[in-house]
Design a protein around this ligand. Structure first.
Ligand code: FAD
Length: 552
């Protein structure tokens, strides 16, 4: 879906972007966080949304299970807060959790008002929304649209964005680096952001897009690992870009592995939602025996890191290629209604989930760490915000509670938008003229194989040495290899004209290095970070792991 002409046609190459083409708000990414931010600010200025693929290609679009919020009389804010804190293993920022949980229902009502169709039924004359229950949740509180919740939310948000004349969406437009006052030779003191360099994938040109405020909504980084539930766009660009510009990033060692991705040679990144276990699906060894009761009192409903580690352990100890998820106890009619997408996709691959077990393996799924922000999504760089999966807000701590991330995108997209709007209302400063992108003496590469090879090496190294179970030796091995690859990528980056693949490779290598560094720093096991060298939590480490360029 092409919403507007690609950026190359909107921007003829010039030395400086003239005043008329400056934006009030530059939004990088078109998932739930970016679209929410866009709608929040659109009545108050000119808004550009740049997104590196089609506008609906994002983690948000693939979310299946749903969005968690306190919705029924049997639930309470306290219960949702308690469940989130329990998952976060001592590292959640309690004030942030409280804020997100309390603001959730209002944001969901806005989504419904925009036209999002969550599953519901009539109770007398009243519409009642169907609420799912997922691992780690003590109540039913997950609103969903079949098993295509993200797609439905993105559909409604995108339609609203398209209707708004102040918003222009640029597809195939990949943010390369931020335009900060450092680009003007300013040294020391606070850093201010004035937009970004944007690579136009259709023309191969890099444009200078200046803006009075910029927000990173670039989502996660599943592609840092060999196996992931994330789509190809999830290369951690926002984290790498912010880090290079001088913003601190935090808690990068906490990467969530989804326990159950479909294991099939023809299925790339297909997730089997946790909601299946919420509806009673059981995990079985190939011989049919159950193993989750050996690992946790809540068995299949244990937090997902426990389930992922249990599966990883079963596979490594017994040499299984996969384990199995069994939902055959549910009637076929229920499965067709509740999980139509999974039913259909599995059927296409020859698996009838109403009668057969589903082969599953864990895969990299969610980045709990990210660019450090405050309660309004402000980063440590002036006029730069971050919202959604790219940010570390304090909501998730050491582990994300299922279905809290769409909620985070909504709440922080809204909060950051509100804050940015207020900032521009009281401060009319225009961006200073910024230099054009300078390719220097770079030439076209005739060795793209270097990029492909390094992509594979980074992802394989991360999978083998920085996966679900870690050790100092493996991390150290990964650190050395990634550092070497980064050096090679750096040389390649300066010698050859940039391409989308090269820019993404540079970013996944940076994110990989940040994950390894954070994991080496944390000498304990907590939440999603498990190391055999320090297998227990240690109270001395009950703090965030923060890294910034200035201390590297
Ligand atoms: C398969 C799957 C199932 C999930 N299920 C659930 C669920 O049921 N409930 C839940 O709460 N969460 C779920 N999640 C997690 C949730 O979907 C994400 O955390 C959330 O959608 C992130 O939203 P976002 O707006 O931050 O980022 P995204 O939705 O990932 O959007 C990021 C956007 O940024 C763009 N982008 C990235 N880099 C650049 C760049 N350099 N330049 C320009 N654009 C860029 C991307 O193209 C994309 O448009 C799931 C995730 C996956 C992958």
């Amino acid at each position: 879906m092409q919403l507007t002409p690609p950026i190359g046609r909107a921007y003829a190459p010039r030395r400086m972007v003239p005043p008329g083409e400056r934006w009030d708000y530059l939004i990088i990414g078109s998932g739930i966080a970016g679209l929410t931010f866009a709608l929040e600010v659109a009545d108050h200025g000119r808004v550009a949304v740049v997104t590196k693929d089609r506008s609906d290609e994002s983690n948000s679009s693939y979310a299946q299970g749903g969005v968690a919020t306190v919705w029924s009389a049997e639930d309470s804010f306290d219960a949702h807060v308690a469940d989130t804190l329990a998952a976060g293993a001592g590292l959640c920022h309690e004030d942030v959790v409280e804020m997100v949980v309390r603001e959730g229902p209002e944001r969901i009502r806005e989504l419904i008002a925009l036209g999002t169709r969550f599953d519901s039924h009539l109770a007398g004359d009243a519409v009642e929304y169907d609420l799912g229950r997922e691992g780690g949740h003590s109540r039913r509180r997950v609103l969903h649209a079949g098993d295509l919740t993200g797609q439905e939310i993105v559909r409604a948000l995108t339609a609203a964005v398209r209707r708004h004349t102040n918003i222009t969406v640029f597809e195939n437009a990949l943010a390369v680096d931020l335009l900060t006052d450092r680009k003007l030779g300013q040294e020391g003191g606070a850093i201010t952001c004035w937009g970004a360099y944007i690579y136009d994938r259709t023309t191969g040109m890099v444009r200078t897009m200046t803006a009075r405020t910029t927000v990173l909504c670039t989502g996660g980084a599943g592609k840092v690992y060999l196996y992931t539930s994330n789509p190809d766009v999830a290369t951690g660009d926002g984290v790498a870009i912010a880090y290079r510009a001088g913003a601190p990033v935090g808690n990068m060692e906490f990467f969530q592995f989804h326990p159950t991705c479909l294991y099939h040679p023809r299925a790339k990144s297909f997730l089997i939602t946790e909601a299946l276990r919420g509806e009673g699906a059981l995990l079985r060894r190939p011989d049919g025996s159950l193993f989750m009761p050996d690992y946790h009192a809540d068995a299949e409903l244990a937090p997902r890191d426990v389930v992922a580690r249990a599966i990883d352990h079963e596979m490594k100890v017994h040499g299984y290629e996969c384990v199995y998820l069994d939902i055959t106890h549910q009637p076929a009619t229920f499965l067709a209604e509740r999980f139509p997408h999974i039913l259909q996709r599995c059927r296409e691959l020859g698996i009838d989930i109403t009668r057969e077990w589903i082969p599953v393996v864990p895969a990299a799924h969610y980045m709990c760490g990210g660019v450090v922000t405050d309660r309004d999504g402000q980063t440590h760089i002036g006029r730069l915000y971050a919202a959604g999966e790219v940010a570390m807000t304090g909501l998730h701590g050491a582990n994300r509670l299922a279905s809290n991330s769409l909620l985070e995108g909504l709440v922080f997209g809204h909060r950051a938008g509100t804050h940015a709007r207020a900032l521009l209302e009281r401060d009319a400063t225009a961006p200073p003229p910024m230099p054009q992108w300078n390719p220097g003496t770079a030439v076209n590469s005739d060795e793209s194989v270097v990029v492909t090879q390094n992509w594979d090496e980074v992802r394989r190294t991360m999978w083998n040495f920085v996966g679900i179970v870690r050790s100092d030796r493996r991390l150290e091995r990964a650190r050395k290899r990634i550092a070497m690859l980064q050096e090679e990528i750096r040389e390649y980056y300066w010698d050859f004209l940039v391409t989308g693949d090269l820019l993404e490779l540079r970013n996944i290598a940076t994110v990989a290095a940040l994950i390894v560094r954070s994991a080496l720093m944390r000498r304990e096991s907590r939440g999603l970070h498990y190391t055999i060298d320090y297998p227990e939590p240690d109270d001395a480490w009950r703090r965030d792991t923060i890294i910034s360029m200035s201390d590297s």
